[in-house]
Design a protein around this ligand. Structure first.
Ligand code: A3P
Length: 324
């Protein structure tokens, strides 16, 4: 299921040569633009391999998002909701979150499974995973494997998004905490790239819109969530999520328990997340947890920056029924 079975190294090199590219952080790194979206080369390889190599099952659950939208919260919530022993989890030792970073509970299609540079020696064989399988991906809807999008497939997609200024600020902090690349771009440079859509799996707004439009067409297949609504009404949103996944909570205690176990305060302070590196990308585990505030963008960006991004958001979302 790797890329070699689809195209040779030479064919891939020729393909990449024909793509627009932009310099990004780090001494040798470029973003490559493929059908409108920007990729790192290894994730581009993975995306192409996944398109034909990933065979969805009807009971798969796939967590989808652009980056820094609160995905990690759902990486914890979805496995908890889907767990067989959910009502028995009072036994702390049964809680998988105590032993695993959320990234390890729900493998990424392009960052881990099909990633040629995956650092984790225990790469999963997707075909051997027991059902129901859980996955995550940052791929735009248009680049999802056909077997996921196919009308005959009843696998479920959960999409999470967030207010764009908060996404940018979260991304800025994340990039700074994971990269020691020299020279580091300034916040202004990074912001300019974000506004132009040149960032990992960007443009952000196009990514959101693709999933938004699909969720309107197929509400039973795609649940569209917003970080701000989850923060405002965690019980209501997580109840809705569990119902969408066909695993409704039997009582309020169960819901409260899952919410507590997946809370930022708890996860941030668990030993398993405080130290060490996330196994497939080698990123410090703690980088996935910061303060989880709504409105950080307003505090950290200048008036001009806020206006520029707000203007893009208004233009992109005008007439779509979407408002972030
Ligand atoms: P901030 O940087 O604004 O704090 P992603 O998981 O998509 O990379 O998004 C990361 C953002 O989600 C970070 O936002 C992080 O703090 C927040 N986050 C991580 N775990 C969370 C949780 N359990 N509950 C709420 N927010 C969480």
């Amino acid at each position: 299921s790797n890329l070699d079975t689809i195209m040779s190294e030479d064919e891939f090199a020729t393909f990449v040569d024909g793509l627009p590219r932009e310099k990004c952080r780090g001494p040798i790194n470029f973003w490559y633009q493929w059908d409108g979206y920007w990729y790192r080369i290894d994730f581009l390889k993975a995306a192409i391999a996944a398109q034909s190599g990933f065979l969805a099952r009807d009971d798969d659950v796939i967590l989808t998002s652009s980056t820094k939208t609160g995905t990690t919260w759902l990486k914890a919530l979805i496995p908890c909701i889907m767990a067989h022993n959910r009502d028995n989890i009072d036994h702390e030792e049964d809680d998988p979150l105590l032993r695993n970073h959320p990234n390890q509970l729900i493998p990424s299609i392009e960052l881990s499974i099909f990633n040629p540079n995956n650092l984790d020696p225990d790469v999963l064989n997707v075909d051997e995973m027991p059902s129901p399988r859980l996955f995550r991906t940052h791929l735009p809807y248009s680049k999802l494997p056909e077997s996921i999008k196919n009308d005959n497939s009843s696998c479920k997609l959960v999409y999470i998004t967030r207010e764009p200024k908060d996404v940018f600020v979260s991304l800025w902090h994340f990039m700074n905490s994971i990269s020691n690349a020299e020279p580091c771009p300034t916040m202004d440079e990074e912001f300019d790239s974000f506004c132009k859509g040149i960032h990992l799996f960007g443009p952000f707004h196009d990514h959101v819109l693709e999933y938004w439009n699909e969720s309107l067409k197929k509400p039973e297949k795609i649940l569209f969530l917003r970080y701000e609504e989850m923060k405002k009404d965690p019980k209501g949103q997580v109840k809705k999520l569990a119902e969408f996944l066909g695993r409704p909570f039997v009582n309020e205690e169960e819901l409260d328990n899952v919410l507590w176990r997946c809370s930022l305060e708890r996860l941030k302070n668990l030993q398993v997340n405080k130290n060490g590196l996330e196994p497939c990308l080698g990123i410090p585990k703690i980088a996935y947890f910061r303060n989880g505030l709504v409105g950080d963008g307003k505090k950290s960006l200048t008036k001009e920056m806020q206006e520029r991004l707000d203007q893009i958001t208004r233009e992109k979302f005008e007439g779509t029924g979407l408002d972030l």
